[in-house]
Design a protein around this ligand. Sequence first.
Ligand SMILES: Nc1ncnc2c1ncn2[C@@H]1O[C@H](COP(=O)(O)OP(=O)(O)O)[C@@H](O)[C@H]1O
Ligand SMILES: O=P(O)(O)OC[C@H]1O[C@](O)(COP(=O)(O)O)[C@@H](O)[C@@H]1O
Length: 321
Amino acid sequence: MARILTITLNPALDLSVETAPLALGEVNRTGHTLMEPAGKGINVARVLARLGHSVTVAGLLGDANAAPFERLFEAEGLQDSFVRVPGQNRNNIKIAEAGGRVTDLNGPGFRAPEDALQRLQLRLKSLLPECDAVVIGGSLPDGFPPSGLAILVEQASRADKPVWLDTSGAGLKAGIKAGPYAIKPNTDELSDWAGTPLKDLASVAATVDGIRAGGVSHVVVSMGADGVFWSSPAGILRSRVPPVSLVSTVCAGDTLLAGMLHGVLGEQSEDTVLAFATALSAECVQHIGVGDPGAPDFHSLLQQTRVQPWPWQNNTGEIRL
Ligand SMILES: Nc1ncnc2c1ncn2[C@@H]1O[C@H](COP(=O)(O)OP(=O)(O)O)[C@@H](O)[C@H]1O
Ligand SMILES: O=P(O)(O)OC[C@H]1O[C@](O)(COP(=O)(O)O)[C@@H](O)[C@@H]1O
């Protein structure tokens, strides 16, 4: 069991809605709906706790609607070390239509106060000695500059803690420059970072090479139904997901990151790490919410998950990209 600190700078209440294909501009009747406290670091924390780790959640939490978050932390055994700030945590709406299309409506949330970074740095000073790894996940609230994120990455790295970063846009640009240990962009986020659409694995690989040359040890690219591309000091692996009945892809990236961190900290073989994390993320898309390692079909999903070195050479010597 490891001690992990996750940081969420812009938490959200996710309202997930399952519905038949939407008729825009009409009255639609929904199926199952669920409102849950979320945000990338919090979701990762939930999965890691279910995997048996001791997890502290930190970041910025709006004080006007903190109660549902506090109840979740209590229920899931997460140590609450969030810095309280004035204002409301945002509401994010996730519409999962039958057929698998998911539409995210992510709100802006509170405005970070001017002393937010300073208060976080102080909080990290006491939390960092007590953890084995740090996850920083999600977007930045208004008023919190990308340079502030870079400062947090540097603070944790200076304390010799591996930082796993999952963010997007300007935050990802600044964060990568600060030299985290690992990043987990999806293909769109990586394309945005590269400034060009990455349409095949060869261009993903070339972009990832550039990032790793800049000092990031692990780059995990999540590619939706196309699986995962993982470049690390041990080489490059690519996984393929098992067949699943798709409900919602929300939280799949967070579940994947948690699974990867679990395996890497456990010093399992690279194949085992990637198969486990991929299968757990595939489990996640079968329902609303984070992936469940205790799901009855998890073992079967794991058995059907494929991991290969990339590029892959078949027994006739033919190279497949
Ligand atoms: N349609 C799908 N079928 C099976 N697995 C999926 C599907 N979509 C996503 N996954 C799994 O979840 C992982 C993360 O999903 P992805 O959409 O790439 O990330 P993010 O949620 O960060 O955008 C994928 O790499 C894959 O392993
Ligand atoms: O901070 P961002 O980038 O707006 O993302 C927040 C959203 O991402 C989620 O953490 C889900 O992320 P993933 O689908 O990438 O796993 C939601 O719970 C949350 O609403």
